[in-house]
Design a protein around this ligand. Structure first.
Ligand SMILES: [Zn+2]
Length: 217
């Protein structure tokens, strides 16, 4: 439907999720990128072997403007729309069932920020859990909106009994954060067997910022 640069970025981000090995067995995910204040591109109901012209154009209040969505995707429009409406600077959103992150979602356990990649790639705080509601339902969407309001700087939420929802300035950044979160969740679970993960020392984020500023100066 479209060959906008945003469409190619989204397709590449989807491909990278498979390359990074953060997909669940089903290969299920949905991704979107913002076109402007009112519209975004959304994957059509699958992400494997996706092509840019297969993306649908959707309004932030849930209307399909161009392209076609499989019926399962109609349910997830609102899951993306609520984030774009709540966060004007978000440029892309990725939802996956990445296995280790989903383990935290199933356990209703927020994922702490205790790894360097998560600290650096946009989530220097724990990933909160949104209470369960059927996918795309008012309960689920309201739950996401509530958590985004309570946690104004979080770039990701865990959807209880479901999976992960990550957002960022663009598709590549959101994809990197999905990978960082999945790695962190794996490390937390592995560390639990040897005494448990330990928090960063106080001031860790400031130290990372200072380090980044030094190398980019
Ligand atoms: Zn899902």
């Amino acid at each position: 439907m479209t060959e906008a640069p945003e469409a190619r970025q989204l397709v590449e981000a989807a491909r990278q999720l498979f390359v990074a090995g953060v997909m669940s067995h089903s290969g299920h995910a949905n991704l979107s990128v913002r076109l402007d204040a009112d519209r975004f591109l959304l994957t059509p109901g699958f992400v494997r072997d996706l092509e840019p012209d297969q993306l649908a154009t959707v309004s932030v209040d849930g209307q399909v403007l161009a392209g076609e969505l499989r019926s399962v995707s109609a349910e997830i429009i609102t899951m993306h729309g609520v984030v774009y409406r709540a966060r004007p600077h978000v440029g892309a959103i990725i939802h996956t069932h990445s296995p280790a992150a989903t383990a935290f979602a199933v356990a209703h356990r927020p994922l702490p920020c205790r790894t360097e990649p998560m600290l650096r790639f946009g989530q220097p705080e724990e990933v909160p859990v949104v209470p369960w509601g059927p996918r795309g339902s008012d309960v689920s969407v309201r739950g996401i909106a509530d958590v985004l309001e309570r946690r104004p700087t979080t770039a990701a939420v865990l959807l209880a009994n479901h999976g992960l929802l990550v957002f960022g300035p663009d598709a590549a950044a959101a994809g990197h954060l999905v990978v960082a979160i999945e790695e962190s969740a794996e490390a937390e679970i592995a560390a639990a067997a040897i005494g448990g993960a330990v928090d960063f020392p106080a001031g860790a984020l400031d130290a990372v910022r200072a380090s980044i500023a030094r190398v980019s100066a």
